[in-house]
Design a protein around this ligand. Sequence first.
Ligand SMILES: [Zn+2]
Length: 107
Amino acid sequence: MVIPKKIRIGGQDISVVNKERLDNDILGEICLAEGVLQIADTFRNIKQSESSKTNTFIHEIVHGILDTMGESKLSKNERFVCTFASLLVDPIEEIIKANMSREEDNE
Ligand SMILES: [Zn+2]
């Protein structure tokens, strides 16, 4: 999946930024106040794979959506966010695939 440079959550523009490393050696972070979603290239001195970055991206979006909804307790529940995000990745990939094959059909 190509990770977009910016996304919108609830009408708010959020820049998606790749960083070599994030504080506390985390995989990713979203800050709605700053409008920034950061993804780490390296995590515990290991390069984060492309599929892991996709998971991190969706994971942070789930945090962003829950925070926007005012569901801060649910957003702090990492187990919920991890499971929800990992289950969301597959249908998103399927939507992308379906759209790509449709574009190919139109060419
Ligand atoms: Zn998280």
